[in-house]
Design a protein around this ligand. Structure first.
Ligand code: TRP
Length: 324
């Protein structure tokens, strides 16, 4: 059976963009595969950060994931720094990774351009990611388009290490692309992202969600309620497709094209669909916040389980390479 591995940054509470684009799929995969999900705090220390904020965001991410349906009884959920073998394998992989390939990574080029002093961590970020995956010899990696290049590098690292030390020990991991198109932010301009402040949090109250949804950008052609619109260009329509059934989505499209509804009417129907899905998640999160030991215990159990696999892999890797 395939092993699934994926990682998510400790960015605090999930927003509906990461939920629809990634985590919802992770939840579904749990019943089909052996799944390992990791909150990647070692990756999160490359830029500036406050230690207390990192700790809080890591915790909030764990709560969000469990509330969204990542079930520690079905899959392994843990925090990367609780299994330090990730960094050990990353060091070993650094020694088989050409710098040129790291410099060609689009994400590195984008990020390094915007900084006057680039730390080595930013360059070797994808090597740590390769170690995350290969430590568990995972072969299927649910990610978005933006991570495909990093996975190519992980395959390359596996191939190079295998060629040098032990052919076929590490499998070459393949991306499992998520079907959902990327979710645009409420500004309708850019991908939904916390740093752009265009998100809806997964755990926000109904009132707070509505306060954000009400002024959200729609089809600019609909200036007046009587102006007909084009659903396909509207970000709100896109969200209907994520939260409402096909019949409702079709009705929404017709009401938009014929100016039967104004945008506020349309958003109210979206709101109903969203709350149907998000209210139980929010309630589970409140429950977990009231009983923090549930989350602490789940993460400890997850780290014990993944740590066992990681230590086994590292024993083989060290022995094969003549270390110790
Ligand atoms: N780089 C990924 C992101 O920013 C996070 C990540 C780290 C990851 N390690 C991983 C994803 C391993 C998949 C597999 O989204």
């Amino acid at each position: 059976m395939s092993t699934i591995f994926s990682g998510i940054q400790p960015s605090g509470e999930l927003h509906i963009g990461n939920y629809l684009g990634a985590v919802k799929n992770w939840v579904e995969l749990q019943s089909k595969y052996e799944c390992i999900y990791c909150i990647v705090d070692y990756h999160a220390i490359i830029g500036d950060f406050e230690p207390e904020s990192l700790r809080r965001r890591t915790r909030q991410m764990a709560v969000s994931l469990m509330a969204a349906g990542i079930d520690p009884a079905k899959s392994t959920l843990f925090v990367q720094s609780m299994v330090p073998e990730h960094t050990e394998l990353a060091w070993i992989f650094n020694t088989v990774t050409p710098v040129g390939e790291l410099e060609r990574q689009t994400q590195y080029k984008d990020k390094s351009q915007r900084q006057e002093s680039v730390n080595a961590g930013l360059l070797i970020y994808p090597v740590l990611q390769a170690a995350d995956i290969l430590l568990y010899r995972a072969d299927l990696i649910p990610v978005g388009e933006d991570q495909v290049q990093h996975l190519e590098l992980a395959r390359d690292v596996a191939r190079k290490w295998n060629a040098k030390f032990a052919s076929e020990y590490f499998p070459e991991p393949k991306p499992l692309l998520t079907a959902t198109r990327r979710i645009m932010g409420l500004d309708g301009q850019a991908k939904m992202s916390k740093s752009l402040g265009n998100t809806i949090g997964l755990l926000e109250s109904q009132e707070d969600v509505w306060a954000k949804l009400r002024p959200a950008v729609t089809d600019p052609a609909r200036v007046r309620k009587t102006d007909p619109g084009t659903p396909e260009v509207c970000n709100i329509y896109n969200l209907h497709k994520a939260f409402n059934d096909a019949a409702t989505v079709e009705h929404v499209a017709t009401q938009c094209r014929t100016a039967g509804w104004g945008c506020i009417d349309c958003k109210k129907v979206l709101m109903d669909g969203m709350m149907r899905e998000l209210t139980p998640i929010r309630e589970r999160a409140r429950e977990l916040e009231a009983h923090p030991e549930i989350v602490t215990d789940a993460l400890a159990a997850g780290a014990a389980k993944s740590g066992e696999i990681a230590r086994r892999t590292m024993t083989t890797v060290r022995e094969t390479m003549g270390l110790r």
